[in-house]
Design a protein around this ligand. Sequence first.
Ligand SMILES: Cc1cc2nc3c(=O)[nH]c(=O)nc-3n(C[C@H](O)[C@H](O)[C@H](O)COP(=O)(O)OP(=O)(O)OC[C@H]3O[C@@H](n4cnc5c(N)ncnc54)[C@H](O)[C@@H]3O)c2cc1C
Length: 393
Amino acid sequence: MSTNAMLSAGGHFSDLCANDPELAALRTSIREFLRADRDAHGWAPQVDSWLSCWDEEFSIRLGAAGFLGITTPREYGGAGLGHLHRYVVTEELLAHGAPVAAHWIADRQVAPALLVYGSEEQRRRILPRIAQGRFYSAIGMSEHGAGSDLAAVSTRATRTSGGWVLSGSKVWTSGAHHAHQVVVLARTSAPDPEHRHAGLSQFLVPCDARGVTIDPIELMSGEHHFNEVLFDEVEVPDADVLGEIGDGWHQVTSELSFERSGPERILTTLPLIAAVVARMARTNDIDDSVAADIGHLAARLTSLRQLSVAVARALVAGQAAANQAALVKDLGTRFEQESVDIVADLLDRTSADPDPAIQSMLNAAWLHRPLFTLRGGTNEVLRGVVARGMGLR
Ligand SMILES: Cc1cc2nc3c(=O)[nH]c(=O)nc-3n(C[C@H](O)[C@H](O)[C@H](O)COP(=O)(O)OP(=O)(O)OC[C@H]3O[C@@H](n4cnc5c(N)ncnc54)[C@H](O)[C@@H]3O)c2cc1C
C-alpha cells in the first residue's frame, strides 16, 4: 500500500489482504455500519479499544447488525460464516477504534471454545447471547505464581457429590468487574512432575456466584481494567464444567494461534496513526522526510497484515501454524509499540496546534504501550516457543 493510499483512505486499508469479493462486500458493510453508528452515537476512535472501551450498548447494536458470532452456526444465533469473514470485521472494528471491549473476550475466545468443547446445553444457553452482544466473559488463567508458566496454577477444584468446589485466586483478569462469567482454569488433580500440564480443567463461573470476590487492580493511568478474583469455596455444578476434566491445558492452547496472530496484534494503535497522518496531510506538513517515515510505517503495517492473513488462511486450511502465529505476535506487537514513538516524533515535526483528540489517543497509547507485548503470552516466552519449534532444545 502506498503512502498516498494510506492518506486518501484516512488509514482504512483496502489493499492486498483478505479482500476476495465476498470479503470485500462484508468489509464495505461493516464500514457503513461503523460510520453510521459513530455519527448516531458519537463515540470517538480510541487506541487499544479492545482492552479499554467497554460499551455494552455498542456491543448490542453490533450484534443486532449481525457482526458478532460470525463463525457461530446459525442454529446457535450466529452468522455461520468463516474465520476470514471474522478477520475482516475484526480488522475494521480495530481500525475504526470502535468501543468493542465488552463483547471482545466472549466473542473471540468463549464462543469458539464452546463450539469445540461445550455441551449442547451450554451452547444453547450462551452462544445466542454472545451473538446478540449481551453476554460478557472474563478469562481467569493467570495467578500470582502462574503467568507464563500456567502449569503452576494452584486454584483448585475439588469433587463433591453435585459438582465441584473451587478455591484460589486469579490475577490480571480483564473485565471481570463487568462480566457475567469468568472461565477459570483450575487444578483438578495433584501436579505430576512428569506431565506438568496434566490435571487442569476449565469451569464457567458466574461472577455473582457465592464465594466470588472481584477486587480492582488499577493501571498506572488510574484506569480499571484488571482485577484480582478470589474464589472461596465456590460451588460449580457439573453443567458448568467446560470440556473434559483434566483436558484444560489442551483446551486453552488449541485455539491460541488464531488469537496470537489476529489483527489485534497489529492494529491496536492504527486509529492514532491514521489520525496523525490525515492531520499532517491537511496541514501540509508532509515534506520528504515525513513522507519517508509514513511510507516506512505503511510498508511495515502492510507486510504484517499479509503475514497475519497468511497465518489465518493456514489455520482455516487446518495447517499447523503455531510458530508463525507466535512470530506474527512478536513482530506485530513490537510494531505497535514502536508506532507510538514514531507518531510522537511526527507530531513534533508539525507546525499546527495540538489536536486534543490526537493528544488524548497519544497519551493513552503511551500508557498502554508496555501491555502490548505482555498480554496473550509475553514475546520472550513466544520466542522460546518458536526456537523449540525450530528444533532448539
Ligand atoms: C493487558 C493485559 C491483559 C491481560 N488479561 C488477562 C486476562 O484477562 N486473564 C488472564 O488470565 N491473564 C491476563 N493477563 C496476564 C498475562 O497473560 C500475563 O501477564 C502473562 O502471561 C505473563 O505472566 P506474568 O505477568 O505472570 O509474568 P511472568 O510469567 O512472571 O514473567 C515475567 C517476565 O519473565 C519473562 N519470562 C517468564 N518465563 C520466561 C521464559 N520461559 N523464557 C523467557 N522469558 C521468560 C517474561 O517474558 C516476563 O518478561 C493480561 C495481561 C495484560 C498485560
